[in-house]
Design a protein around this ligand. Structure first.
Ligand SMILES: [Zn+2]
Length: 326
């Protein structure tokens, strides 16, 4: 809405400018004036209301809300249970993006089908990849796509910490008067994530070492496994675009029986039929494996529920995993 007001404002300037002498010089200055106006308009003072941010996934919506507080109005494109690998932008999303001051996304090809839309909108406003500050040597290679990284970085809490600074910096750039507010909230959130990281470590330590294996619907948990010491097997690959074959089912079933793993998990953003096929195949082989419950994988829980935040989701996941495996 403010963007529209801003444009209207520019037009009125232009009309006034045309009636003055030295029209050419004034017209040359117009882009500069308009530029300054936009930066000033980004502040929440001056009756313009809060900054308008758009985030792609639920994890990023929560991240920007945690840091932006009351100075930022965050709209998430994807809701709870939505699979970002397959998500396509609707017409409504395009107008939401058009009305935003800034857009935050995961990158690493997580939102594979809206890359073009983000690139286009990035020509007129900041579009920020929140994972950009993660050191490259801590990223895992994609098992499905050569020359790409595994995008599921949020499952390693010590990596997700790196998303805080890019958000603090971008919000501060658009709203300089809020800079210390954003920094304070970012530091506070950093402490919460440090505590969360330690909590996950403590809980996983309750599972006997031989049972630390996580079998799920798709390969979302490789960062989780690396950080917290679990062997991870996903039925589908890194992206849910690639369907699981019967060979994958046989391999995973053999692994479960051999290691005597007690539970496997369905995911909130992936249909459960694949993981049920593993359970049936395992039973046929004589090893009874339970479905340990539903993990939040590529989306948080419903807003307003305990798993409606990133920290709540990570806690819910690790509690479920530990209770089912130990
Ligand atoms: Zn995924």
């Amino acid at each position: 809405m403010r963007q529209r007001t801003q444009l209207h404002h520019d037009h009125s300037r232009r009309r006034r400018g045309a009636t003055l002498p030295l029209v050419g010089a004034i017209l040359l200055l117009l882009p500069l004036l308009a530029g300054c106006g936009r930066v000033a308009g980004g502040q929440s003072q001056g009756g313009n209301g809060p900054l308008k941010a758009v985030a792609t996934t639920t994890m990023i919506t929560d991240l920007v809300q945690q840091i932006g507080g009351e100075r930022v109005q965050v709209t998430g494109l994807m809701g709870a249970g939505v699979d970002p690998h397959l998500y396509k932008a609707s017409q409504r999303d395009v107008s939401t993006l058009d009305g935003a001051d800034v857009i935050f996304y995961n990158g690493l090809f997580l939102e594979g089908k809206i890359g073009d839309v983000l690139e286009k909108v990035g020509k007129t406003k900041p579009v920020v990849q929140v994972t950009a500050a993660i050191p490259q040597d801590r990223l895992l290679a994609s098992e499905d796509y050569a020359d790409q990284f595994d995008p599921h970085v949020w499952f390693d809490v010590s990596l997700w910490r790196y998303t805080i600074d890019p958000v603090v910096e971008q919000l501060s750039r658009l709203d300089p008067e809020g800079a210390s507010y954003y920094r304070g909230r970012g530091d506070d959130y950093q402490r919460q994530l440090d505590e969360l990281d330690a909590y996950v470590e403590r809980r996983i330590a309750e599972v006997p070492p031989g049972q630390r294996a996580l079998v799920t619907a798709h390969d979302a948990f490789n960062y989780f496994g690396r950080r917290y010491g679990l062997e991870v097997r996903g039925l589908q690959g890194i992206s849910t675009e690639v369907e699981a074959g019967s060979r994958d089912v046989q391999e995973i079933t053999a692994f479960l029986a051999e290691r005597r793993i007690k539970a496997i998990f369905v995911e909130s953003s992936v249909p459960r039929r694949n993981i049920e096929a593993v359970q049936a195949a395992s039973r046929a082989r004589g090893w009874e494996v339970a479905i340990g419950g539903e993990l939040y994988s590529d989306a948080l829980g419903e807003p307003g529920t305990p798993a409606g935040t990133y920290t709540g989701t990570v806690r819910a996941n690790v509690d479920l995993i530990v209770e089912a495996l130990k």
